[in-house]
Design a protein around this ligand. Structure first.
Ligand code: ZN
Length: 446
């Protein structure tokens, strides 16, 4: 649709509104203004906001060279999109940005994740994430975002390899709002997997999950969440931590790692439901089995959980897929299929969140700078925030959606966004998106 003629003239108020994005960026600016700065003197507060906004803008525009291009524009035109679109007072240098953000604690940006969630609720976008009678699904999953034999900091985790080399790495436990049948995911506050003060052992995903639940469980409890995770999570301490946080759990439970469940259900005739599902020209059989009140492990203090499994059987009788879960929610004929579908939506974190963050423009693993304190965690947090803001824009701003639809693909949307902002200074986001949606000509260079 690139050759579509410009449709000049006014665009309707309903489609024009980009308030959501303006509010998100204004909140980020306020958040950056509150970052602690060791320096004293005039205008340092504004400069501090510029450092945070500048780093964020690189991820939001999906363009590692964004600031460099904007410096060219400032030289030519006296101003750039950094001021008009992101509200910066001037563009700081890359090394200044790294130096100023390194001492900042990642938690300073946590209020921004609340702002994102607030916008999702305000726009009604949250309703598309509701499943199982009004619950939302929050998937917890760990991923690595830095690995090097050379670049490291005191916050790095280490792994000794057989060849005598030490690998330095950073991992994150991401919390993500997901839903089966919905192609959007929303990152929530993450927890970094870092060596903890007072602990000799390296940190791990399981401990990070319990920290996340203790720190943020109450914040998300009003959403009535179901916490989801892989087989690593279906252990009693995490299940108990979820219940203590006022949430429900739905964790993958592999037979090999849960012998007590296997033993308990052996020889028992299980409840069963079979459904025929048409996929393409073929009809598959979805077979569900479940059992309530089984012990999670073999000892006397084992908690009781509810177990379910799904098998997908091809028309030739071959079992193509099998998965099993444990949950605290009672399983029955009416909800077993939806529970299995929700449990299976966890893969979306791997596919739609981590894959997008690593391979589709956000460069999660790219080393923008490591720092000696928190820089890598700060940049990763800003990157997740940019991803979250893009999702909210796509759900809440019709003009954003019109632009994406006019251009065709997400990848090309960002290619076009990068290209036009290299050469032109836009007065605001409405003009950027109206240009990308082919409903308005780009502004003339002044
Ligand atoms: Zn490090």
């Amino acid at each position: 649709m690139v050759n579509q003629a410009w449709r000049r003239g006014p665009i309707s108020d309903s489609i024009r509104c980009v308030d959501t994005l303006d509010r998100l960026l204004a909140s980020l600016r306020r958040c950056c203004l509150s970052l602690p700065d060791q320096r004293t003197g005039a205008n340092t507060r504004y400069a501090m906001a510029d450092f945070g906004l500048a780093a964020f803008s690189v991820f939001f525009m999906q363009c590692p060279s964004f600031l460099e291009y904007q410096r060219h524009l400032t030289k030519q035109r006296g101003r750039s999109n950094c001021e008009t679109l992101f509200g910066m007072t001037k563009i700081p240098g890359d090394s200044q940005i790294r130096a100023k953000l390194d001492p900042v604690e990642p938690g300073q940006f946590h209020p921004m994740f609340d702002v994102v969630l607030d916008e999702l609720q305000k726009s009604g976008g949250i309703e598309a994430f509701r499943r199982l009678d009004g619950h939302v699904l929050i998937a917890l999953d760990g991923t690595q975002y830095h690995s090097s034999y050379k670049v490291h900091c005191p916050q790095c985790s280490t792994r000794q390899h057989g060849n005598g080399k030490t690998e330095y790495r950073h991992d994150i436990l991401a919390a993500t709002l997901v839903a089966p049948g919905h192609n959007r995911v929303v990152p929530l506050i993450p927890e970094f997997i870092v060596p903890q003060d007072g602990h000799d052992k390296q940190d791990c995903e399981s401990r990070a999950a319990r920290r996340w639940l203790a720190a943020h469980g109450a914040r998300y409890a009003p959403l009535d969440p179901i916490i989801m995770g892989d087989d690593l999570f279906s252990r009693q301490p995490i299940c108990e931590a979820v219940l203590a946080a006022g949430a429900h759990f739905l964790f993958v439970c592999k037979p090999a790692s849960h012998p007590a469940i296997e033993e308990f259900r052996a020889g028992v005739v299980l409840d069963e439901l079979k459904q025929k599902v048409k996929r393409g020209r073929h009809r598959y059989t979805y077979r569900y089995r479940w059992m309530n009140q089984v012990p999670l492990r073999g000892d006397e203090s084992a908690m009781m959980v509810n177990w379910l499994m799904i098998e997908i059987i091809s028309p030739t009788g071959k079992v193509n897929h099998t998965n099993s879960f444990v949950t605290d929610m009672a399983v029955n004929r009416d909800n077993v299929a939806e529970l299995a579908a929700c449990g299976g939506a966890r893969w979306k974190v791997e596919n739609e969140s981590f894959n997008t963050l690593k391979n589709q423009g956000y460069n999660l693993e790219h080393n923008f700078g490591h720092g000696s304190r928190n820089l890598s965690a700060i940049l990763t947090t800003l990157n997740l925030l940019a991803f979250a803001c893009h999702t909210i824009c796509a759900l809440a701003i019709p003009l954003w959606r019109a632009a994406t639809e006019a251009i065709g693909t997400r990848k090309r949307f960002f290619e076009h966004l990068r290209s036009i902002t290299v050469f032109l200074v836009f007065p605001g986001w409405e003009d950027v998106l109206a240009t990308l949606a082919f409903v308005r000509s780009p502004p003339l260079p002044s």
